[in-house]
Design a protein around this ligand. Structure first.
Ligand code: 0O3
Ligand code: SF4
Length: 345
């Protein structure tokens, strides 16, 4: 005897978005972007910016439209011109060349990057071999290494540890770029310590709070997602790391997009849960565009996955505060982004 069960519609799962929090702008990026905006408002054009103020296409394009002129080096700025140093920091050699051209500089280096510079200076003074974990060619690494070029060597990844040679294995310290993968960095440190048991740790975490918080949030949501979309530019180290973290934490797929228009419809095929986050240099509006796109494609439910709350805010660069005061302006400022944690209904 055969029993036929009545036809039942296939179970339909609700398509949803898990939205990471914290995500997007950190305190150092907020300060740097506001610094350029305020410099333009206070002094008018031209305001030159060395390198991208932060590694985000949209931010750079927007500031360029407002009159900022982005240059690669100080020698592209006319003598006596006004130059903003990017959030990633600069080496003493760059400062010296700006001074030699009598440039009016505004230093938008994130204070947490400056902290790492100071560590490099201090350990070099004590004649340590300094192993800087970071990516060769990244502006932050160039700036930090430039503080003590005779003492610093860059270690790009755990696999590079085998090649590291130091003068005295009992006088070695590691420091790092602020925007690395925490897990990969710890693996590099583990291998370094196997090789140099007396390896000294930096006085405090060099991978900053914002980088860590964004990775923790992605780790939490990724196991539930078939897809994680990370908003951020290709040259943004911390954004690229978020894709890696999502994949390592269980997301079936993860892609980085600069903006909503880069999302491919085929990514959504068979997907029920999409995770969304953004790097520390990414304006919230770009994330909201992604949320709107997903809602238009049936992902109307948005649940926030919050793992930390951030309220850190840095004061504007000293030179700019002085300039604002001289111009009779209040140097205090609101945070640039009034953050919307969830899309407006
Ligand atoms: O260092 P990274 O490439 O991640 O730079 P972003 O994307 O501009 O993010 C801000 C980080 C920063 C300015 C240095 O820590
Ligand atoms: Fe500063 Fe961290 Fe933001 Fe870099 S990611 S600008 S170190 S707060």
């Amino acid at each position: 005897m055969s029993v036929t069960s009545p036809e039942r519609p296939a179970e339909t799962k609700t398509k949803r978005v898990l939205l990471a929090a914290p995500r997007g702008y950190c305190a150092g990026v907020d300060r740097a972007v506001v610094a350029v905006e305020k410099a333009l408002e206070t002094y008018g054009t031209p305001v030159y910016v060395r390198k991208e103020i932060v590694h985000n296409k949209h931010v750079v394009e927007t500031l360029r439209e407002r009159g900022a002129i982005f240059v690669n080096e100080t020698d592209e700025v006319p003598e006596g011109g006004r130059l903003v140093f990017s959030a990633h920091g600069v080496s003493p050699a760059v400062r010296a060349s700006a001074e030699a051209r009598s440039l009016e500089t505004i230093d938008a280096t994130c204070p947490l990057v400056t902290k790492v510079h100071k560590e490099a200076v201090r350990f070099a003074k004590d004649d340590y071999d300094i192993l800087l974990i970071g990516h060769t060619g990244h502006e932050e690494v160039e700036g930090t290494a430039g503080e003590a070029p005779d003492h610093v060597q860059v270690v790009n990844s755990p696999d590079e540890v085998d090649q590291v040679v130091v003068r005295d294995p009992d006088k070695v310290v590691w420091i790092s770029q602020t925007t690395l993968s925490v897990d990969e960095t710890m693996e590099t440190v583990r291998r370094l310590r196997d090789k140099f048991p007396s390896l000294q740790d930096p006085p405090s975490d060099d991978i900053c709070y914002a980088t860590q918080n964004r990775q923790v949030a992605v780790k939490k949501l990724a196991p539930e997602c078939e897809l994680v979309i990370v908003v951020g530019s290709a040259n943004s180290s911390n954004s690229v790391r978020l894709v890696e973290v999502a994949l390592q934490s269980g997301a079936a797929a993860s892609y980085r997009v600069d903006r909503m228009t880069e999302i491919k419809e085929e990514w959504l095929e068979g997907v029920t849960t999409v995770g969304v986050t953004s790097g520390a240099s990414v304006p919230e509006i770009l994330v909201q565009d992604v949320i709107t796109y997903l809602a238009d494609h049936g992902f109307g439910t948005v649940d926030e996955v919050r793992t930390a709350t951030e309220d850190l805010m840095f004061s504007l660069p000293r030179e700019l505060r002085a300039g604002l005061k001289a111009a009779g302006e209040e140097p205090k400022r609101p945070r640039r982004e009034a953050r919307t944690e969830l899309p407006l209904a």
